[in-house]
Each structure stands twice: as structure tokens, then as C-alpha cells.
Design a protein around this ligand. Structure first.
Ligand code: 3UK
Length: 516
């Protein structure tokens, strides 16, 4: 399909956009005019939504937001499961000039309260499934709020016509929150052009997404990964997205694939490993899929090999981030190497540098920096973090990488202590703080430990107040404490009782000494 009118990429793959612009126009509005009004944009187990219906509901949503008193530039926090209303809210906000902020839906009340405050949002819209955590947060930080069902009611009363509010391509458009090892999540502020860049340079030109594709992502829409996979790439190409709001398990994922026959499937290593285990006991029909993608953590080459053996399909590993918005180094169907993240996405500049920010000789390990037109502009309210991470147009990924002799990029781990658990960030400090809240615990250190699939999960080293008190019963108690206090995926899968923790002279825990 040709690029939307007024949009082009030059020979260096820099994007050219109209000076006054609203990104909802190429993603949502243009399809009706281009003859795709009757085409299905979204499929779920409960409904289908055509491009014409989508465009109208986006307008109604934008009008309902303005009707609720929001003004251009105001933030709207949307704690919404994977369902068509996610699209209406996100694009309706953007078209009306309101800034949508979709956080991780798995957070707890205290996290939500922080986000309400930090974002200064004027409205919260939430799926009723999350009421248990969102409503207590709303009591703590009062903000006007609707459930998604109530908002759909407002949309029904609103006008189906909405003039797009024009902006510059580099004006603030939407935010995504990203976490760090200490401190609170940071709102990464993205501009209108960023989704155009990722959809064309990774979606179309790297992965080859096209109009007849059906995309299904196990990674949810609130991740930058799922947001691209299930929403921006399908809308950019006028193709179809399949949404499923259930927690992904091998059963739900295989069931969805068999029912909706996607051509593109997007997962993460932990899920691929669980799917492989489940394939051992039951055959599944997966032949609609022409490409699988993996991101969020490194894909062990053994999972690549077994998946290819059992399904005949390759898994294309790629590294992306909330800050870069989507995959900036990735494998491709016509050029892949298992055990690597592949090569830079066309149009993305990449450098591996030492601690003085000087490029390292090829083959040596160093810190990975990226320069691209899809990078977040800044972190909301966090000038020091912005200055640390975003320097002269380059973005510090926090990852350690090296290049092999053929130019493929090999992941060497994080440069900080952060863990990816099932593809989602987990701060060791947060888990340690939870463990320390137990009356028997003096100190704790949490690190990543490889499970049977070579994927990292949290492991806790615990010093007790009274020596010799470690028991299986206490271990169960500590695990249960973490499961109920934190987002449940963060609980330590192993607890080891030790006499003391390795520390620096200044008392900082040396987590790297505990990794094995
Ligand atoms: C790690 C990987 C090795 C890496 C993401 C695709 O994961 C995404 O965004 P996040 O902000 O995390 C970013 C960090 O996760 N990582 C991601 N993918 C890989 N490490 N191999 C990989 N393939 O530490 C990176 O800095 O949650 C993934 C698309 C959009 C995304 N936002």
C-alpha cells in the first residue's frame, strides 16, 4: 500500500509530515476515503468493528472527552483491557488534542494513585475488571472517572463528527510509563510522528506487515510492544487486529490462533516456552501464521530451535523499548540469526560505547545508544532522568550489547539491576522492600535466576533477624506476601537464607555477586 498522502520518507529514511497534522488522520480517518470503510479493523470473540465504525466511534469518544470538560493538552489515564474501546479512547483523545496515557493494567492501588498524581490527569477511564485496584486509588487521589461501560454510554450521546485538532508532528501526543530499578515510573512523552515512524520503518519495512494481514499479539496494548503489534501496525496498513482480553496462557493463545487464524503472531520468550511445553501434549493448528515475533527479553536460541522444529515457523527476536516506542534492532524473515537481536531497524542509528561514551571496537561489549525519530521527547516532570537518558538526540537504552563478525547484535544483559519477568519490568528494590516488611526479615537482595527455560525469574537472598529461622513455611509466607502486595508476577520463585549480603563500602548491595 502507498503511504498516506502528505507523508513520505527521504533517502535517509527521515520522515516528512505536513507542518500541521493530527496522527489520527492517517491511522483512523483515511481508510473510509480509501475504500476500506467496510473492512474489519478489529476482531474479538464478542464483536467485529469495521474501519467506518472505528472512525465514527473515535469521533464520539473525542467528543465525549471534550464534553467531560477536558481541554487540549489535558491527560486522560486509561486503564483499559485489550478491547475495541481501547482504540476509541486512545484515538478519540488524540484527535481531540487530549493526551492518552495507558498504564500497565496489572498495577496495584498504590501504583495507580502515584500515576494519577504524577500525570496530573483530568480523567481516568477504567475497565471494571480493574476496579479493585483503581477505585481505592481514586479515593486517595480524587480524579473524575468513568468505567469503560459508562464511557461507552457517554459516547452514544455524543456527536459522530469531530474536527481533528491540528498540531506539529513533534508536539506531545501520548505518554507511556516506563519503570526504573529505584524511583517511580517515568512518563515517556511521545509525539505525533513517533507512531508513523515505528509503523513504517519496523512494521512495514522490517517485518513486512501488509493490508491482508491479521495480527494477534499476546503482549497487551498497554505495552509499547502490543500497542504497535495490535493497533498501530494494523491501522497503518489497513489490516485487521485480533484482540483478546484474557491473561495469555498457552491455552488461550492457541485457542485464539485456531479461531481467528492470524498471519502474524507476537509473543514473548516466557510465553513461547510455555507454549512449547503445551505443544508436547496436544497438537495445534498454527498454519495461518507466516511470521512470529518475540520481544521484551532475549529469546534463548533453544526456544527458537524447538519452535521452528515443532511449528515450522521462525520467531523473529527484536529489542524495543517504551522510550523508542518499538523494535530498534530486529531479525527479519529474509535475514535472521538465532541467539541475536538481529540488525538495526532501517533508519535507526545505533552505537555501542564505553563508559566515556566512546565507541568500542567491533566485537566488544558496551552500552547501547539509539538515535531515531520515534524516541520519546522527555520524561514528564523528571528533568534529571531526561538529561541522563537522552543526550544530543541519542537515547541510552541501559542495555549491554556487542556485535558479532557479521554485524548481528548480541544481548549481554542490562547495565542496571532491572529484571524482565515474563517480559514485564520488575525492580529488585521493590521486591526487596516488600520482603523487608515481613517481621522476620532483616535484609533482602533480589536478582534474576535462570529457570528451566533459561529465562530469568526473581530469586531472593534473605537475611533473617534471628539466625537459623529459615523454613519452607516461612518461604511460603514470603512468597505469599509478595504475591498479595505486589503485581503477582514479581514474587520470588526461590528464597535462599544467608548470613549476610555482599555490599560495597558505601553499603550498596552488590547484586551482581549474587547472580549465577
Ligand atoms: C529489554 C530486550 C533483550 C531491554 C518493548 C518491543 O520491551 C519493550 O519495552 P520496555 O520499555 O523494555 C525495554 C527493555 O527490555 N528487551 C526488550 N526486548 C528485548 N532484551 N532482547 C530483546 N528482544 O532491556 C530493553 O531496554 O518494557 C519491546 C517493542 C516495544 C517495547 N516497548
Amino acid at each position: 500500500m502507498t503511504l498516506p498522502s502528505g507523508i513520505s520518507f527521504d533517502s535517509d529514511l527521515r520522515v516528512k509530515l505536513p507542518e500541521r497534522f493530527n496522527v489520527a488522520m492517517p491511522f483512523v480517518d483515511r481508510h473510509v476515503g480509501e475504500g476500506r470503510g467496510g473492512k474489519i479493523a478489529i476482531r474479538t470473540a464478542a464483536e467485529t468493528v469495521t474501519y467506518a465504525e472505528l472512525a465514527e466511534r473515535v469521533n464520539r469518544a473525542g467528543n465525549a472527552l471534550l464534553g467531560a470538560g477536558l481541554a487540549p493538552g489535558d491527560r486522560m489515564l486509561m486503564v483499559v483491557k485489550d478491547c475495541p474501546a481501547f482504540f476509541y479512547l486512545f484515538w478519540g483523545a488524540i484527535k481531540a488534542g487530549v493526551v492518552p496515557v495507558p498504564p500497565n493494567t496489572l498495577l496495584r492501588a498504590a501504583d495507580f494513585a502515584y500515576l494519577f498524581e504524577d500525570s496530573g490527569c483530568r480523567l481516568v477511564v477504567y475497565s471494571s475488571e480493574y476496579a479493585r485496584e483503581v477505585e481505592p486509588a481514586l479515593k486517595q487521589v480524587p480524579v473524575k472517572a468513568y468505567t469503560v461501560d459508562a464511557f461507552l454510554g457517554e459516547m452514544a450521546k455524543a456527536s459522530p463528527d469531530l474536527e481533528a485538532r491540528l498540531a506539529a508532528p513533534t508536539d506531545d501526543c501520548f505518554w507511556l510509563y516506563s519503570s526504573g530499578s529505584t524511583g517511580r515510573p517515568k512518563g515517556a512523552v511521545h509525539a505525533h510522528r513517533d507512531m508513523v515512524v515505528t509503523s513504517e520503518l519496523y512494521g512495514v519495512r522490517t517485518l513486512g506487515v501488509r493490508e491482508d494481514d491479521v495480527s494477534y499479539s499476546a503482549g497487551k496494548l498497554f505495552f509499547a510492544y502490543g500497542l504497535g503489534n495490535s493497533m498501530t501496525f494494523p491501522l497503518w496498513t489497513g489490516s485487521t487486529a485480533v484482540l483478546d482480553d484474557r491473561r495469555p496462557t498457552p491455552d488461550t493463545v492457541f485457542g485464539t490462533i485456531e479461531t481467528f487464524k492470524p498471519t502474524l503472531y507476537y509473543g514473548a520468550p516466557t510465553l513461547y516456552a510455555a507454549q512449547l511445553a503445551a505443544l508436547g501434549s496436544r497438537e495445534r493448528k498454527l498454519d495461518s501464521i507466516r511470521a512470529c515475533v518475540s520481544a521484551a527479553e532475549a529469546l534463548p536460541p533453544d526456544i527458537f530451535r524447538r519452535w521452528k522444529e515443532q511449528t515450522g515457523t521462525v520467531i523473529l527476536d527484536g529489542i524495543g523499548s517504551t522510550e523508542c516506542l518499538h523494535i530498534f534492532i530486529g531479525n527479519r524473515l529474509d535475514d535472521y540469526r538465532p541467539g541475536t537481536s538481529g540488525k538495526p531497524t532501517p533508519g535507526y542509528q545505533v552505537k555501542i560505547v564505553d563508559e566515556n561514551r566512546k565507541p568500542v571496537p567491533k566485537g566488544e561489549s558496551g552500552r547501547l545508544w539509539i538515535r531515531s525519530e520515534s524516541a520519546a521527547k522527555y520524561y514528564w516532570n523528571k528533568p534529571e532522568k531526561t538529561a541522563e537518558t537522552m543526550v544530543d538526540g541519542w537515547l541510552n537504552t541501559g542495555d549491554t550489547y556487542r556485535q558479532d563478525e557479521d554485524g548481528y547484535f548480541i544481548y549481554d544483559g542490562r547495565s542496571d539491576d532491572m529484571l524482565k519477568v515474563g517480559g514485564i519490568w520488575c525492580s529488585p528494590v521493590e521486591v526487596e522492600n516488600c520482603l523487608i516488611a515481613h517481621p522476620a526479615v532483616l535484609e533482602a537482595a533480589v536478582v534474576g535466576h535462570a529457570d528451566e527455560n533459561a529465562l530469568l525469574k526473581p530469586k531472593a537472598f534473605v537475611v533473617l533477624k534471628e539466625a537459623g529461622g529459615g523454613s519452607p513455611a516461612l518461604t511460603n509466607e514470603l512468597m505469599a506476601l509478595c504475591k498479595t502486595t505486589l503485581a503477582p508476577y514479581k514474587y520470588p520463585r526461590w528464597v535462599e537464607y544467608v548470613e549476610e549480603l555482599p555490599k560495597t563500602a558505601t553499603g550498596k548491595i552488590q547484586r551482581y555477586k549474587l547472580r549465577s
